[in-house]
Ligand binder design. Sequence first.
Ligand SMILES: CC(C)(COP(=O)(O)OP(=O)(O)OC[C@H]1O[C@@H](n2cnc3c(N)ncnc32)[C@H](O)[C@@H]1OP(=O)(O)O)[C@@H](O)C(=O)NCCC(=O)NCCS
Length: 193
Amino acid sequence: MSATALEVPPHEIVVIKPYIRSPDNWKELREQCYSVRIDVFHHEQGFPIEDEIDNLEDVATHFLLRLTSGSDAGKPVGTIRYTKQTSPSTRETYYKLSRFAVLKDYRNYRFGVGLVNALHDYIRTDARKSRNEGSANGNNAPGDQDGFVRVVCHSQIYIKGFYEKIGYEPEGEEFDEDGAPHQKMVLRLPISD
Ligand SMILES: CC(C)(COP(=O)(O)OP(=O)(O)OC[C@H]1O[C@@H](n2cnc3c(N)ncnc32)[C@H](O)[C@@H]1OP(=O)(O)O)[C@@H](O)C(=O)NCCC(=O)NCCS
């Protein structure tokens, strides 16, 4: 059966912002993101559980996809996060996508692409805000390269095709991360209104 023929379970994507502790139940929502990640990265893929929660959690913007109806209402099934980072060598500001996972039983409903699109929308808004604040101060927005910002991820090799489908391109050689081969994938995301 093709993915488009599947009946997609009703769902919503909730955003958990850093610093401002929003929404009120941010702690519980973040725990739900962790539970999806532990299920996928530790139980399914075998990565060590002690590496799952890292020092970026408090500064990351997290996205949680959860079901909204029936006996499964509220069940967390997918997550992704981004952090805004600056390269120490080039001083370029870019956005890093990570900890992207959908529970095995809920794959191929386009939940993954929905999460990435939600993340891109948030990045666009953030980059435009930085650009506007920058031009008010007579500066360029950090990371704004002629109306584009870079979104970077370290993709497991088997999932490169997913990122390529949505416009990411490989950069550099494959490398080892957490004991598994990865490829840096980069998207030039347009930020214009
Ligand atoms: C990556 C992941 C989140 C994708 O979630 P998903 O909800 O199943 O993906 P979607 O249903 O949104 O797929 C969107 C498209 O990507 C395609 N796709 C999915 N997995 C793919 C893969 N491994 N390679 C190439 N394309 C893939 C789908 O077929 C679909 O194609 P279509 O647009 O032609 O219909 C999910 O496979 C997952 O959790 N994997 C385990 C964790 C992981 O490896 N995360 C990535 C770490 S870098």
